[in-house]
Design a protein around this ligand. Structure first.
Ligand code: ZN
Length: 278
């Protein structure tokens, strides 16, 4: 069993969320601020990078205007050639020979990858990936949605999921947990979870349809929701220990985190990636 992440000596900030009128509960979220590893590798979990040296994990940053580090094949911001170059740069920086990615549709399809030949592999409609194979880099792209990282440190099994409100409502996390269970025998209690850079609870105002989909009380006018808080609650209900859940301090919209934000007017995409090092 991997020890709790709440350790003296790490730059963790433990926040108690204010009693949440929407969720009708009060719970803990452990906030962490990712560390910038390099322009190519972007931001990495500050504890995992120290304590899980066999893991390759991170979220890229947007680059500068003249040279955006855009990974969106389908978002139409950058040329196909430029996007392909950026994926090649990331593969070179991580040392990965194979990367798996999919066309994301805010659904719940998760793909398990036992092996992958060299290169970037694009899969039709899917919003998550799991593997226990060394050298296969799993990738999802985001620009406000939540990248969910899951790690079973004992079994060396990993996942990355793409969760917007539709995915959260449809149960993308539950499907990801099931995929890890089927692939590696991982139980939720065995897992570490990190919710990466995404839009924060102050910046994400949504309408009644979102509250309805998430089975929350429907407000009279648009109100903000905190997707990462909702996902944390889903994870805790599924059996992941709150002590093993961390949440990025970065908001794609309002912090100086140098990230793409769809609501902020960006069409580019950062990539969240995770893999087992050879
Ligand atoms: Zn924000």
């Amino acid at each position: 069993m991997f020890p709790s992440l709440v350790l003296v000596g790490y730059a963790l900030v433990t926040n108690v969320c204010a009693p949440n009128a929407i969720l009708g509960c009060e719970h803990w979220m452990i906030s962490v601020k990712e560390v910038l590893v390099s322009p190519s590798l972007g931001l990495a979990h500050p504890v995992w990078i120290e304590r899980l040296p066999w893991l390759c994990q991170g979220c890229t940053i947007r680059g500068v205007d003249a040279d955006l580090y855009d990974f969106g094949f389908f978002s139409g911001r950058s040329s196909l050639e430029s996007v392909q170059d950026n994926w090649s740069t990331l593969m070179g920086a991580t040392g990965a020979t194979s990367v798996v990615h999919g066309r994301q549709v805010h659904g719940t399809v998760i793909r398990a990858h036992e092996t992958a030949s060299a290169g970037l592999h694009m899969f039709p409609d899917c919003d998550g990936h799991v593997t226990a194979s060394v050298g296969v880099l799993l990738a999802v792209t985001t620009a406000d949605c939540v990248p969910i990282f899951l790690v079973d440190a004992d079994r060396r099994a990993i996942a990355v999921l793409h969760a917007g409100w539709r995915g959260a409502a449809a149960g993308i996390l539950e499907h990801g947990l099931l995929a890890l269970r089927e692939q590696s025998g991982s139980f939720p209690a065995d897992l570490l979870m990190h919710l990466g850079p995404a839009i924060c609870g102050d910046c994400y105002e949504v309408g009644a349809e979102v509250f309805k989909a998430l089975a929350l009380p429907i407000p009279l006018r648009p109100r903000p929701i905190n997707l990462r808080e909702i996902l944390t609650e889903q994870a805790a209900k599924a059996g992941i220990s709150l002590a093993n859940i961390t949440v990025s301090e970065h908001c794609t919209r309002c912090t100086e985190s140098d990230l793409f934000s769809h609501r902020g007017g960006d069409r580019g995409r950062q990539v969240s990636y995770i893999g087992l090092r050879p």
